[in-house]
Design a protein around this ligand. Structure first.
Ligand SMILES: Cc1ncc(COP(=O)(O)O)c(C=O)c1O
Length: 305
């Protein structure tokens, strides 16, 4: 597999990251996962905006990663994935320096790593049809969940708890409020209203969440961004998670209790259909996948010129 590392395309197996890299030592590091549908890189600008937001707050040496969008496209081409479903992974770290908690001075070069992988949508497709079981877990994460840092220990532990209970996702509960999943946002349907936690430092501003809220408006489904309380959750007719790989996946049981009638509900189904149509429409419209023009080079800009 061809990957990208600090301004160069390289064989993934040949990339060497220093043990002094702060991503390794401190999780002083951000990441993004972008979905690629055949012919369509899904909303890369939104992913880069979120990455830049994190880089700004972490005060990385590089705070604008828009040059990585053509690199992502190049990686898909170079790995012959243009006709397939794939995922683009981006990770950036503060860089390499002798271990010391405070920022190194002078600031090291930002480490930038990108790779692509095939994505087999079959399992997720099945889960979207049947729905998943979910559990709730206490939200033991830190108070800057709006940044997509690689410090994911709490998410890993919660995900494992879910797996051990044969559940597909764990929903974090903070102060009696269902916030989001380990790798997806969370939505509940009360009456005819899709309700989801408001954007704050306690959740990640999901790109799928934003797309789904837009689709609700297009479908004349009312939305509300307000806390979803654990003690009212039995009143919800539907629950769902939204994310880059999960898209819109209904939750059919929460802590083993059936949600609604225990099957995917009409709102989730309508949103899934609208999401699929949107992807098809965007695949037709996305102009970028034309072959590279002569002289065009995605490496013209770099994070550490
Ligand atoms: C904690 C968390 N919340 C929400 C999401 C969903 O975000 P997106 O729709 O941008 O994939 C993710 C995605 O990885 C996540 O890790």
């Amino acid at each position: 597999m061809t990957a990208y590392f600090n301004g160069r395309f390289m064989e993934k197996d040949e990339i060497r990251i220093s043990p002094d890299d702060r991503g390794f030592l401190f999780s002083d590091s951000l990441y993004e996962v972008i979905r690629y549908y055949p012919g369509l890189l899904f909303r890369p600008e939104a992913h880069i905006r979120r990455l830049n937001h994190g880089a700004d707050h972490l005060r990385l040496a590089c705070r604008n990663f828009s040059h990585l969008i053509p690199v992502a496209r190049d990686l898909i081409r170079k790995n012959h994935l243009a006709d397939q479903d794939a995922l683009v992974y981006i990770q950036v770290t503060r860089g390499t320096a002798p271990r010391n908690h405070a920022f190194p001075d002078p600031a090291p070069k930002t480490t930038v790593y990108m790779c692509v992988s095939c994505f087999d949508p079959a399992v997720k497709d099945r889960q979207r049809k049947t729905g998943i079981h979910a559990i709730t877990v206490p939200d033991i994460r830190w108070a800057r969940c709006d940044m997509k840092t690689t410090g994911l220990t709490a998410n890993v532990l919660a995900s494992q708890q879910a797996a051990e209970k044969k559940a597909g996702e764990a929903i974090f509960v903070r102060d009696g409020v269902l916030m989001e999943g380990t790798h997806a946002n969370f939505m509940a349907v009360f009456g005819n209203t899709v309700t989801t936690a408001p954007l704050s430092n306690y959740i990640l501003g999901g790109i799928t969440r934003e797309t789904v809220l837009d689709l609700c408006r297009e479908l004349n489904i009312r939305t509300s961004q307000e806390p979803v309380y654990e003690n009212r959750i039995h009143l919800a007719s539907e629950l769902m998670i939204t994310g880059t790989t999960t898209e819109i996946t209904p939750i059919v049981t929460l802590n083993t209790k059936p949600v609604g009638n225990g099957a995917p509900g009409p709102v989730a189904k309508a949103l899934q259909a609208a999401f699929s149509s949107k992807i098809k429409q965007m695949q037709k419209q996305d102009p970028w996948f034309s072959p590279m023009k002569k002289g065009e080079n995605s490496l013209n800009h770099s994070e550490n010129p």
